[in-house]
Design a protein around this ligand. Sequence first.
Ligand SMILES: Cc1cc2nc3c(=O)[nH]c(=O)nc-3n(C[C@H](O)[C@H](O)[C@H](O)COP(=O)(O)OP(=O)(O)OC[C@H]3O[C@@H](n4cnc5c(N)ncnc54)[C@H](O)[C@@H]3O)c2cc1C
Ligand code: SF4
Ligand code: SF4
Ligand code: SF4
Length: 408
Amino acid sequence: MSTVKRGEVPTLFESPSHCCGCGACAAGCPKGAITMSEGKDGFVLPVINSDLCIGCGACTRACGLNRGIGSNSAGPFFAAAGRDDVSESASGGVFGAVAREYISSGGVAYGAAYEREGNSLRVLHRRAASVDELLPLLNSKYVQSDAGVCFADVKADLREGRQVLFCGTPCQVAGLRGFLGRDYGNLTTVDLVCHGVPSGRMFADCVEDYGKQLGSPVVDFRFRCKREGWEYSLLLLLLLEDGREVTIPAAKSPYYDMFLNLKTLRDSCYRCPYAGRFRAGDLTIGDFWGVEVNRPDVLKNPDKFNQMKGVSCLLVNNERGREFIESTNALDLYAVEFDDIAKGNDQLRHPSALPKDRQLYIDAFVEGGWHSVECMYKRRERGIIFYTKKLVRRLLPESCREVVKMYL
Ligand SMILES: Cc1cc2nc3c(=O)[nH]c(=O)nc-3n(C[C@H](O)[C@H](O)[C@H](O)COP(=O)(O)OP(=O)(O)OC[C@H]3O[C@@H](n4cnc5c(N)ncnc54)[C@H](O)[C@@H]3O)c2cc1C
Ligand code: SF4
Ligand code: SF4
Ligand code: SF4
């Protein structure tokens, strides 16, 4: 737990793995004494300027993660999909559908979007008050978003009486709630089933590198391209400044493959308290992976739920979430059990497991940036394939070798 004595500079966290980098403490400091500072490993951590600090404790009160903000999801639980076009969304388009509904009745939505930075991209949370402004918020950005930058705007909207929808990782939702310090009847929070985030710096360097390799800067980086359907949506679509579009399967993108294999996540993600039924938001959304096996009955009405379009899971966590679900007209819903969803989704059962070689990649980043990480990835992956082939040659009969080679 973080500690503070009135009048003293507080300790925000016991170790960096106890900080998710949500920025709530910096946003809540009345003296502007906290800077979110990027470490050599690329991850941001808050740093207090003791000359400016008056020891008021607002920062520790805003820290949703260390205050344990959240509660066990009360349910009910659903398979869910947006009723309109969901092609730009990552899975069933739940966020897009409810955000459009909010906006069309005069409310606003907050979520993560890309911003161009030189020949690269950064991800930050921003406000959408029109359907055009909403589009950049759709789809998953598999990197830490700077959410703290919008917390003051959220508060201003709430105080002016607007209906506000906020979507982010659970730790960001906890950070926002800590920052606000009290409940607002006009706020609905949606958290994501979240397996963790790589650093913004690693992502930015990777994007810049893709631009160099492809001969034109990357202007949009869609992690979840649904051209082949939601089932096969772990597909990267890069939009380049010169108008070209490039698709890359996740397994062929070192950044994406390492993200999916949990190798480049923030320290706090390996001990995340929100990797289960304990949630920070009023609602939780994620992919309903394994729906075809664990609840095939959901797919019996393909006009509403099908694997081309995308099927989301939706957890209704509290009374506010329940009121919201009763009032929305934007979603198709199908009741299921929590375990039906969690069976196919590790993140609802336990935090991401720390891979043995994770530190090697982080050290490589500290040594030589993204280029070193990519080189190490290629060396190690090639090494694994080389030794597997050797083993196959030794152990398998000729007839089986060709089949195994095809897969390698
Ligand atoms: C880092 C990360 C890890 C995830 N891990 C899992 C997982 O392990 N299992 C699983 O089932 N689902 C996971 N998800 C959620 C999944 O990718 C979809 O975002 C979710 O199913 C919502 O899809 P949708 O079609 O309803 O939303 P969309 O309409 O596509 O909207 C996506 C919403 O997510 C928000 N968002 C996108 N990127 C970020 C970001 N970097 N930080 C904060 N908010 C963001 C957007 O603001 C938007 O509100 C993860 C998402 C992220 C960002
Ligand atoms: S104790 Fe108050 S002044 Fe000092 S860093 Fe925290 S919020 Fe800022
Ligand atoms: S508020 Fe967020 S950024 Fe600040 S110490 Fe807590 S977890 Fe870290
Ligand atoms: S895994 Fe947990 S700590 Fe990491 S980004 Fe997601 S919610 Fe935050």
